[in-house]
Structure formats: structure tokens, C-alpha cells
Ligand binder design. Sequence first.
Ligand SMILES: NC(=O)c1ccc[n+]([C@@H]2O[C@H](COP(=O)([O-])OP(=O)(O)OC[C@H]3O[C@@H](n4cnc5c(N)ncnc54)[C@H](OP(=O)(O)O)[C@@H]3O)[C@@H](O)[C@H]2O)c1
Length: 249
Amino acid sequence: MVNLDGRVVLVTGASRGIGAASARAFAKAGALVGVMARNRSAVDDLAAEIGGFAFSGDIARAGDMEDAVAKVCHRFGRLDVLVNNAGVIGPIAGLAEADVDDWGQAIDVNLKGVFHGMRAALPVMRAQGGGTILAVGSGAAHNPQQGWSAYCASKAGAWMLTRALDHEARGDGIRAISLSPGTVATDMQDSIRRSGVNPVSQLDWSVHIPPEWPARALVWLCGPDGDEFLGAEVSLRDETIRRRVGLAA
Ligand SMILES: NC(=O)c1ccc[n+]([C@@H]2O[C@H](COP(=O)([O-])OP(=O)(O)OC[C@H]3O[C@@H](n4cnc5c(N)ncnc54)[C@H](OP(=O)(O)O)[C@@H]3O)[C@@H](O)[C@H]2O)c1
């Protein structure tokens, strides 16, 4: 188990799903954890549970991410890990039918939100000599799915942001890694199932992994084993990776 005693971590999209499980996993590893999402009461409850601190905010707004990073630094004097986890699946619609504003909102959250997080964290991490910026990626970045043009395009862009960050900032001690979790049993996957639109929606619920698995993988990537994946995307579908993280196959 990676020891993150005293490390300061900020997790976006921590009101439920993978983000909430990650916040718990980072706290268990000893980190001081900031949790952010739009649902204030959910992040307040989680912060109380794990002894962390909560911020309500919208990652689609650059100022909200700047505020969250500034508040973490004000309180703890540093930021060691940013987990760019928050994301949305919708709009689930064909290219010709998708609502223009909804489509743009997915880009604002899944792509620009990740940029906003990186942009806010980078100066702090550079000044302190380094840090880790993780993204929760998706196989959808590499393979189109019916009705998911906004999700696939935004995740493809976010994957390139991880590569760009690694390219620009590895020399400053910035560790940029993307984790592609496979399918995970969360509210997002439930929305996909209810849409009935493509093969992912038809999957039996039992094939989805629990959110605790990507959570543990994200913690693992903050340890020395993560160093071989800088600028890369780690797939949790890979049995070798699962074993290295310590997950049941
Ligand atoms: N579940 C899967 O199978 C799967 C597979 C591959 C990748 N992923 C990725 O994993 C990440 C987490 O997904 P999940 O399955 O845990 O989804 P989820 O259960 O729907 O949770 C999404 C989280 O993101 C937050 N969020 C959404 N929009 C936000 C915004 N504008 N600003 C701040 N927070 C926002 C939500 O909180 P609020 O609504 O309170 O803001 C919530 O905490 C996403 O990036 C997703 O694309 C999931």
C-alpha cells in the first residue's frame, strides 16, 4: 500500500462514484484530502467522514478550479496530487440530433474542466518542485460509440491534455498519468444502461468493477510504480495492472 502520510490531494467530482471512492482511498493512505463537486451537501458529508475538507464548485468554470486550489494551498501550504475525475456522459444522442448547448457543456466539463484543473495546479506544483496530476480517462477516447460523440471527443481531448502536460512539465517534476478504468458500477454507468443506445448499455451489470478498484489504482499511481507510466494511459482492464495494484482478478 502506498503511504501518502501528510500529502495533500484534491479530488474533483467527489460527491459520488469513482471520485468519492478515491477520496476515501487517499484518506486511508494517509493523505489530507480536499473533495470538490457541485453537490455541496454530498461533499460536506464525505469530508466529515474522512476528515477531509469540502469545496462546492463547477470544474467547467476556470475560476472555481482556481478557488479550490487556492483554498487547499491556503489551508495546507501545498498541493501534491490533483485527481481530475469529474465528468459527465451526456448528451447521449446521435450527431445530428444532439442539442448544441448540451454537447458544448460536455466539452466544458470533460475537456475544459481538466484543462482548468491542470492550469490551476501547475504553478503551485512547479513552485514546490513537483506534483502528480491524474486524469480519469476512458476507452471512449480511442473508440467511438453510438450516441457518445461528445463523451468520446472530450475524453480524446483530455487524453491529449495529459500527454501535453507530460510533454511540457515532466522536467519540472510534474507526473501526468491517465487511468482508464474500464466500466465501473456508478450512477454514470446506470445512465448509460438506461439509455439503451449502444453495446455498452447492454452489458450485464455484474461485469462492471466497483469504484473502489479505480480508487486504489489512482493511489497506486502516486507511488513509485506510477513512474513508469508518466505521460501514458494505464488500463485497469489489464490483468497485470490489476495484480500490481493488488486487486482481485
Ligand atoms: N463509470 C464508468 O464506467 C466510467 C468508465 C470510464 C471512465 N469514467 C470516468 O470516471 C469519472 C467519474 O465517473 P463516475 O462513473 O464516478 O460518474 P458519476 O457517478 O456520475 O460521478 C460523476 C462525478 O462528477 C461530478 N461532476 C459532474 N460534473 C461536474 C462539474 N461540472 N463540476 C464538478 N463536478 C462535476 C459529479 O458531482 P456533482 O453532480 O455533484 O457535481 C460526480 O461527483 C468520469 O470522468 C467518467 O468519465 C467512468
